[in-house]
Design a protein around this ligand. Structure first.
Ligand SMILES: Nc1ncnc2c1ncn2[C@@H]1O[C@H](COP(=O)(O)OP(=O)(O)OP(=O)(O)O)[C@@H](O)[C@H]1O
Ligand SMILES: [Mg+2]
Length: 341
């Protein structure tokens, strides 16, 4: 397993004088989500075990699964943390020995920039993959780190929906990404995880992501009207499940930029729990959806790192944001896949 470079409590890494307190210590500023919210919590380790050892314990993984886990990071609301979550969850998973491919499905190309990728206008990217029949996945993939690669985007991706429009009637336009990626899934060097950073809309690009994905991960900021958008998103997921992708499920919600000590956030989280509870046992794709542990706290380092083209683990490995995404990666790795059999 690769060493997590970000871990402040590794026995090999002396804590810098200004480093945050160790997880589990009395000084630790823990994300304050009510215990019942964390339905998918990484199991608590006995307090008798020092935190630096518990952190290094192996987590139960799904690596034995024959096919990759394919996650669409989606919320049609803008600026909720989709790209930040895609980039840092992906990087966190690579430190847990997972081979990860991310797909930048947003014409803003923020994910590509987050990994410091600057493409020439002539470089192949997701636009050509979707618009040109003969372009293959292998031709557009770029390595951006150890065990980490990307299908990048550029602003020209904005034009692809118009290009694909004539194929909507036959259903081909909705599954062009799935059909192209299928070829990669048949090869021995397929990734363990494919994570798709979706645009803030529910158009043809988002539909392509949902047709490829098996699990939807929803970053959500616990703000006014957050749940109204969520029910619209879940309706769309259900339509795609029924029309194109019977295996599609909602894996869960990641609380992003979370401010646990505000009344509004607590109320929104309580409403979210009720909303998810109402789906239990129902024939809906969110029947088993969880609120992932931990919530991602607001942390300025997370906002700074993209402008340096770095993940949080490269930019500020000791900060709260790095620890939150490290724990989220472990949490998702240890979650049974949400796909239907
Ligand atoms: N936990 C956090 N703490 C502080 N800032 C954050 C955090 N998460 C994200 N941000 C910042 O908030 C802004 C929006 O985040 P991000 O780009 O990830 O959202 P998004 O949902 O992908 O946006 P869009 O809908 O435009 O694609 C960015 O400036 C990002 O750096
Ligand atoms: Mg984004």
């Amino acid at each position: 397993m690769n060493e997590l470079p970000m871990h402040p409590n590794s026995p090999n890494t002396p804590a810098p004088p200004d480093s945050p307190p160790a997880p589990g210590s009395t000084q630790e500023v823990t994300p304050q989500v009510a215990p019942q919210v964390t339905q998918n919590a990484v199991p608590e380790v006995s307090p008798a075990i020092p935190p630096q050892i518990s952190e290094r314990m192996p987590v139960q993984t799904n690596v034995a699964a024959a096919s990759p886990r394919i996650l669409a990071v989606m919320n049609q609301k803008g600026g909720v943390g989709k790209t930040t979550t895609t980039a840092n969850l992906a990087a966190g998973l690579t430190y847990l020995d997972q081979k990860v491919l991310v797909i930048d499905m947003d014409p803003q190309a923020h994910l590509s920039l987050h990994f410091g990728l600057e493409l020439a206008s002539t470089d192949l990217n997701l636009y050509q993959l979707l618009a040109e029949d003969e372009v293959t996945v292998q031709e557009v993939i770029r390595e951006v780190g150890s065990n980490l690669s990307i299908i990048p985007a550029q602003v020209n991706l904005a034009g692809v929906e118009a290009e694909l429009a004539p194929k909507v009637i036959t259903g081909q336009a909705q599954r062009v990404l799935a059909d192209k990626v299928e070829a990669l899934l048949q090869t021995p060097d397929r990734p363990d995880y494919i994570i798709i950073d979706c645009p803030p809309s529910l158009g043809l690009l988002a539909i392509n992501a949902l047709t490829l994905a098996r699990e939807v991960v929803v970053p959500l900021q616990a703000h006014f009207l957050a749940l109204q958008g969520l029910s619209k998103l879940f309706e769309t997921i259900q339509l795609i499940q029924q029309g194109f992708n019977p295996k599609l499920r909602v894996g869960g919600v990641v609380l992003c930029m979370h401010e646990a000590n505000t009344i509004l956030a607590s109320e929104v989280v309580a409403d979210l729990m009720n909303f998810l509870e109402a789906g239990r046992g129902q024939d809906v794709p969110w029947a088993d959806a969880v609120i992932y542990e931990p919530p991602i706290r607001r942390n300025i380092k997370l906002a700074e790192s993209p402008s340096f083209g770095k993940t949080i683990f490269e930019y500020a490995p000791h900060c709260a944001g790095a620890r939150d995404y490290e724990r989220l990666a472990k949490s998702i790795l240890s979650t049974p896949t949400a796909s239907a059999s």
